[in-house]
Design a protein around this ligand. Sequence first.
Ligand code: MEV
Length: 449
Amino acid sequence: MKENEKEITGFSKLNKRDKIYWLAKNFLYASPVEVLKEFAEYWHDNIEAQKLLDGFSENTLTNFPVPFGIAPNFKINDLMYAVPLVTEESSVVAAASNAAKYWLSRGGFKATVASTKKVGQVHFTYHGNKEKLFRFFEGIKDELKKDVKSITAKMEERGGGVLDMELIDLSHLEPDYYQLRAYFETVDSMGANFINSCLEVFGEQLAQKVETSVVFNDTEKEIEIVMCILSNYTPECVVTAEVSCKVDELGTFENGNISAEEFAWKFERAINIARIDPYRATTHNKGIMNGIDAVVIATGNDFRAVEACAHTYACRDGVYRSLSECKVENGVFTFWLTIPIAIGTVGGLTSLHPLAKRSLELLGNPNAKKLMEIIACVGLAQNFAAIRSLTTTGIQAGHMKMHLTNILASMKASDEEILKAKAYFEDKLVSVSGVREFLDKARGLKTNS
Ligand code: MEV
């Protein structure tokens, strides 16, 4: 190993202590001993538990704690839930809880899942006659399904498997480029490994079948498999969450200064703006994902996959739009969200991470469809809370109040100062300079007394 240099070979072979020392020596100002002490503070007391966490990733030095919170009072399809949320953004849990409580007295949330269909692709190059390839493909589809029987048998017992496959000609976009697109049902698992394993067999078998077939001449036989991978775009794996009530049941806002009718009108307008303007839609959808990601992470699912899919879906008609919609019709306010969410409740981290397991237990050990419903409702709640704040008080009042604890922590406020500051800012606008001023004054008074 080279010492005191930023390049290293064999980093992954070092033990944790040596990794931290090398890092501190070459990239940090603090001494290796100090850094080791700091990182060690976040190690799990239980060696086995730490080993498990280390195994989720590579080159693990320590753990990076993020708050695990609960948003209670979610009534979804007439069942009550206390939803676990893992997020570092202040106000996300409070906003979700607040919206859940608000809708609890107005019938709660309704959610439905359209399908849990997943998609995978074999991307390949073929230089021959198109019609020949399409005819041949139709003839070998069932054989290809049989070729993956050893992988699909267990999934089929659970009600899943390969649903269908099709050949797509994209050679007008990229020379000689074709795609085998396969559709899968993975029931309660996210199914990434299952899908990718099937696709690799499809690719290999397709190439082999073409090569050994008498249908193709020598130049046509050379199919080149470029790659086999699932698609994180699952536009049919969609869930819809909805809330609805009579406009006059919405209540009044801003101490009675905003009537239910005015609120409904402004709210609908805010949603419509996010339907037409991608700049606003991006922030709007980010707010939805604040809630969605937090549950996805808490239940041990892949939030990057959910994020990627949501944003592709948001621009499925060519314009990036809000994922939620609103209508006020015949005196009824209806607000809903339609979003693809490919997640699982078995396999992967869902059954390995102790807190993910606990999260799922908290939610009644749901199947994938139920979890999709819960996640979508939290996204809708989060969006409702954001738009309600934006169109009534403005976002900063609530945000900064929630952020007060962070500001106080950054200024190293004592427990007593925190209590006093919270009481002081209860009816005032929070700002960094305001908190600084408050603390300076309080500290000045203390020293004087
Ligand atoms: C902040 O994390 C999310 C919001 O910006 C969402 C929105 O503007 O709708 C408040």
